[in-house]
Design a binder for this molecule. Structure first.
Ligand code: GTP
Ligand code: MG
Length: 343
């Protein structure tokens, strides 16, 4: 059996990547590291051809885990080096039972595969409970169609959803994005029309990882850049799982249809009254009371409302009630076949 490499973790930046080598890989690893392999069950630190240091462990006779740092460029170089030594990367992962020989059964193997891919820390505890829930799946109580509906939402814990922050120019969208990210990812300025391209940043909102997109503001300037910005918005917004409209207290609230249409959207899921430090809290409250969708005041300068915003976004995307439900999570269609095979 030849040796193949499978990247178990995602290609987005992470602390550690996990590459599984399946097959007869001893010679490949020896050539790459210049050292012998650790004994089964042992863990060793090995230099990977000068590219990186990695933790290497043998999980069975024909399965090894190589765990380098998780930078996308490093991963590409390591996969290239493995290919040069006769161990090509395979996109389609081998069956979970081969990938995870230590798993007790198919449910646990599928869970481990999902765990390696999951990008939200909130997924961890939930996934760990799944093998037990699937072994005891009561089809009457939790019919498959219900599990499918719930899975659409919970899948956002594995693949981060897109959140678009939209609103008039100068609303403070980029400042808010930077405040939530805890670093400067977006250019900000008192000049309207500062953001001319959409800026994406990965945010952890109370355990839910999202791809947050700070968009160019709507309005005032009518130059060609504004047209380009609008075109970018038109391309970006259909991908959004959640649209937040942010505008300062002086702006008309809630935004009317025309304003939303100018931004290329037909609705907003959440309203943010930005720069709420500039307004009387009673005024902010009054504006929000008239909102048809969840609404809150936020100040990127004082931090007021940030935690509430994170909570509101997480709740809209993956409600706590859905996370806490006692039904099994259909995170992989193969779970159904495994459950049927086991009965
Ligand atoms: N008082 C106050 N000022 C803010 C706040 N947030 C942003 N600002 C200021 O508002 C101005 C515009 O901020 P930006 O974050 O660039 O606004 P934007 O919505 O990204 O603007 P465009 O990219 O032009 O659409 C800057 O001068 C910020 O310092 C806030 O919470 N309170
Ligand atoms: Mg901006």
């Amino acid at each position: 059996m030849s040796c193949t490499a499978h990247l178990l973790t995602s290609r987005t930046p992470g602390a550690v990547a996990v590459i599984q080598l399946v097959g007869e890989c001893d010679a490949v690893v020896r050539a790459l590291t210049g050292r012998s392999l650790p004994r089964p069950g042992r863990v060793a630190l090995r230099d990977l051809a000068g590219i990186d240091s990695a933790v290497v462990t043998r999980v069975s006779d024909d399965s090894l885990l190589v765990m380098p740092h998780g930078g996308p460029r490093l991963i590409t170089r390591i996969l290239e080096a493995l290919a040069q030594h006769g161990c090509p990367p395979i996109d389609e992962a081998p069956p979970p039972a081969v990938l995870y020989p230590e798993a007790e059964d198919e449910f646990e193997a599928l869970m481990l595969a999902a765990l390696a891919e999951a990008q939200s820390s909130a997924a961890i505890e939930l996934l760990l409970r799944q093998p037990r829930l699937w072994r005891n799946w009561d089809r009457q109580k939790h019919p498959l169609h219900m599990l499918r509906e719930r899975a659409v939402i919970l899948q956002r814990l594995i693949h981060p959803p897109f959140v678009a922050l939209v609103g008039p120019v100068n609303a403070g969208k980029s400042t808010l994005t930077n405040a939530l990210a805890g670093r400067d990812t977006s250019l900000t300025s008192p000049l309207p029309g500062t953001t001319r391209d959409y800026v994406g940043v990965t945010l952890d909102l109370q355990g839910l990882t999202v791809n947050w997109i700070d968009t160019p503001g709507i309005g005032s300037t009518h130059d060609s850049l504004d047209e380009q910005a609008k075109e970018l918005l038109r391309m970006t917004l259909p991908r959004a799982d959640l649209i937040i409209w942010a505008a300062p207290p002086v702006a008309p609230f809630p935004p009317d249809e025309q304003e939303l249409a100018a931004a290329g959207i037909d609705h907003a899921d959440l309203l943010v009254i930005s720069k709420c430090d500039l307004a009387d809290p009673a005024e902010v409250e009054k504006i929000c009371r008239s909102s048809p969708v969840p609404c809150l005041g936020c100040s990127a300068l004082t931090g007021e409302g940030s935690a509430a915003l994170c909570h509101a976004v997480a709740e809209k995307l993956v409600p706590v009630s859905v996370r806490r439900a006692d039904s099994p999570w259909l995170f992989d269609e193969r779970l159904v076949a495994a459950a049927e095979g086991g009965t």
